[in-house]
Design a protein around this ligand. Structure first.
Ligand code: 5AD
Length: 368
């Protein structure tokens, strides 16, 4: 089957096979690629309107017990100065997100599972819930036990982001140390579903040794686990990590990965339709002037502006080239609003912005 036949099927909402997804990801030329991204955006518009959901991102701690080979805050990174924001700092950032009308916050940190950390996060959730602005809360704190997931759910978190990073177990094993297991990651995703979270997952695109066949499998994986939210970003080598050192970038490689990520966003939107898809910071790292906006124009419907303090941002660099290092929350907000206006998209204010997919999946909303 050729590209345009598959694209027609995708536009009509037909379920696609892995090999068909791959044909789309391998768009044969620039025009085909343009049509693919436009088709992704058209489906986004049909399901979400020209509206973008905002989440205030709070990177509340970079202390991590994991040693993932690609990550700039991995445990053995000695040059990173470790921090944990205080309860007051985190609630102040959440309050700011509420005042800005972001409607929800994402609390992200390095991974820890000790008692003190679990209790701390539980306390933070309770405090944020007490704020006058009714914020949706997403957690992104890695693999945890069912007990912990349930406690955090009860304390007020409704969404959880846990990327599979690659659904190919061999690639997963190559980019993680042995104590980080693919099956354990899968089980954690199952636990999150069972604990009644809106579940987000995703992958890095352009990992060393990853093909478009692997990425097509990734999109199928999102469908199979029935994810509510997807976050994908280009892999960005971090020069002091084992993966970054073993695979230094050739010139132009980053831009290729950005384009590949845009095709992944479009293909994911075409297949999954009603999920939330984030235009991630890693896109902006490669194209500071328009990366996230290009993500929206390919089918994403969520942006996560940072509401944390610039003082801490330097110490939370998962990869090189993190944008907005010196821009505080008000500047980040202004730039974002301007750039959304430029592409004709309207920010959704003061609403948590639940993924339609979750509402349909749980039949909580009778009208849909
Ligand atoms: N390049 C791109 N993304 C990265 N992440 C971590 N390190 C990198 C990197 N070097 C992503 C992972 C993780 C998310 C929080 O950040 O996918 O799940």
């Amino acid at each position: 089957m050729n590209f345009y036949d598959v694209l027609a099927k995708a536009k009509a909402g037909t379920n696609l096979s892995v090999s068909e997804l791959q044909i789309l990801l391998d768009a044969p030329d620039v025009n085909a690629e343009k049509e693919l991204l436009a088709a992704g955006y058209a489906v986004k518009k049909e399901y979400c309107g020209n509206v973008v959901n905002l989440r205030g991102l709070i990177e509340f701690s970079n202390i991590c017990s994991r040693d993932c080979f690609y990550c700039g805050i991995r445990k053995s990174m000695r040059t990173v100065s470790r921090y944990r924001m205080s309860m007051e700092e985190i609630t102040a950032a959440a309050r700011l997100a509420g005042e800005y009308g972001y409607g929800s916050v994402v609390l992200q940190s390095g991974e820890r599972s000790d008692r003190e950390f679990v209790d701390f996060v539980t306390g933070v959730l309770r405090e944020i819930k007490k704020l006058p602005c009714q914020l949706g809360i997403t957690l992104s704190c890695g693999e945890q036990t069912m007990d912990t997931y349930l406690r955090w759910r009860e304390a007020g978190a409704t969404r959880y982001l846990l990327r599979i990073e690659s659904s190919n177990p061999e690639i997963f094993a190559r980019i993680h140390p042995p104590e980080c297991s693919f099956s354990e990651r899968l089980e954690a995703l199952v636990r999150l579903k069972a604990a009644d979270y809106q579940v987000g997952t995703g992958v890095m695109t352009g990992l060393p040794g990853q093909s478009t066949a692997d990425l097509a499998e990734d999109v199928k994986f999102f469908q199979e686990i029935d994810a509510d939210m997807i976050g994908m970003g280009p892999y960005l080598p971090q020069e002091h990590t084992p993966l970054g050192q073993a695979n230094p970038d050739a010139p132009g490689a980053a831009m290729k990965r950005l384009e590949l990520t845009l095709r992944m966003i479009a293909v994911t939107r075409l297949l999954l339709r009603d999920v939330n898809i984030a235009a991630t910071t890693a896109l902006q790292a490669i194209d500071p002037a328009g990366g996230r906006e290009r993500g929206i124009m390919a089918g994403a419907n969520v942006i996560m502006p940072n509401v944390g303090d610039t003082g801490r941002r330097r110490d939370y660099q998962l990869y090189n080239g993190k944008p907005d290092l010196d821009e505080n929350a008000p500047e980040v907000r202004l730039k974002l609003l301007e750039s959304l206006a430029k592409i004709g998209e309207i920010p959704r204010f003061n609403e948590p912005g639940d993924p339609l997919h979750y509402q349909v999946r749980t039949r909580k909303n009778e009208k849909i």
